[in-house]
Write a protein that binds this ligand. Structure first.
Ligand code: B12
Length: 212
């Protein structure tokens, strides 16, 4: 298993989409825990690509190619995560990546896990305008708005979602959770969010714990 996870990571670092898809399929065939394969294999790979890019060892096209390989692996693995979808719905969540930000791999993983664990999820995709989060949440009667941000420059958009809710007097009715690599518990507290989660499993726990 350890060696397999290393190979998964390496396929992303190499930007090798066919290999990533093949390893993802092999993970399913071998019955490895899917979430562990994602977090300790593929996602570790994409974070390593980010680190190498930041250090100037990789160029932007290589970052893009790494992200493509990551997406290929996710395409193979996602149905296995969704397979356990619960019949009883625990609540409704509107999720998206905030405007100006196109990072959607982590957000999609959170959406998939919420949906597999009994939440009705409306995924608005990436680069979502502030008002659209709130419009959709009102329309679907959502319990939660989940806002992802991967850039320090787009994080303030998470606060604008909260401000927009307040301006429509929806602040206690619809909760807001924030996440994405640069976010933290402290940031969530600073902007008055109802919660922060550092990964998809923690996001499910947070939604469960606080949904009335
Ligand atoms: C892949 C990637 C890309 C891909 C995105 C592909 C895609 N479709 O998503 C591409 C190549 C397109 C890209 C582009 C850019 N990127 Co980029 N990218 C990354 C990288 C390497 C990995 C992100 C990722 O997918 N991680 C894997 C997933 C599984 O993890 P995650 O996103 O963190 O999500 C988990 C948790 O955070 C949490 N979570 C996520 N969302 C949410 C939401 C909620 C509500 C909750 C509760 C939890 C939660 O759960 C997830 C699952 O565990 C990061 C580096 C890093 N370490 O994050 C840089 C990074 C985010 N990128 C960066 C930059 C600068 C850019 C660009 C500006 C580069 C450029 N010059 O053009 C552009 C931005 C374009 C834009 N406007 O958005 C910087 C940001 C720096 C900063 N301080 O803001 C980073 C940190 C790289 C670096 N080390 O410098 N990028």
């Amino acid at each position: 298993m350890k060696e397999h996870l290393e190979q998964c990571m390496q396929a992303i670092v190499d930007g090798d989409s066919p290999k990533a898809a093949e390893l993802a399929k092999a993970s399913l065939d071998k019955g490895y825990p899917v979430l562990e394969v994602i977090e300790k294999g593929f996602a570790r790979g994409i974070r390593e690509v980010g680190r190498l890019w930041e250090e100037g060892e990789l160029f932007l096209p290589e970052l893009v190619i790494g992200a493509e390989a990551m997406k290929k692996a996710m395409e193979v693995l996602r149905p296995a995560l969704e397979a356990g979808e619960a019949a009883e719905k625990l609540g409704r969540v509107v999720i998206g990546t905030i405007e100006g930000d196109i990072h959607d791999i982590g957000k999609t993983l959170v959406a998939t896990m919420l949906s597999a664990n009994g939440f009705e999820v409306t995924d608005l995709g990436a680069d979502v305008p502030v008002k659209r989060f709130v419009d959709e949440a009102e329309k679907t009667g959502a319990d939660w708005i989940a806002v992802s941000a991967l850039l320090t420059t787009t994080m303030p958009g998470q606060k604008r979602v909260i401000d927009e809710l307040a301006s429509r007097s929806l602040r206690g009715k619809i909760r807001v959770m924030v996440g994405g690599a640069p976010c933290s518990k402290e940031w969530a507290a600073e902007i008055g969010a109802d919660g922060y989660a550092g990964d998809a499993v923690a996001a499910v726990a947070l939604a469960r714990q606080k949904t009335a």
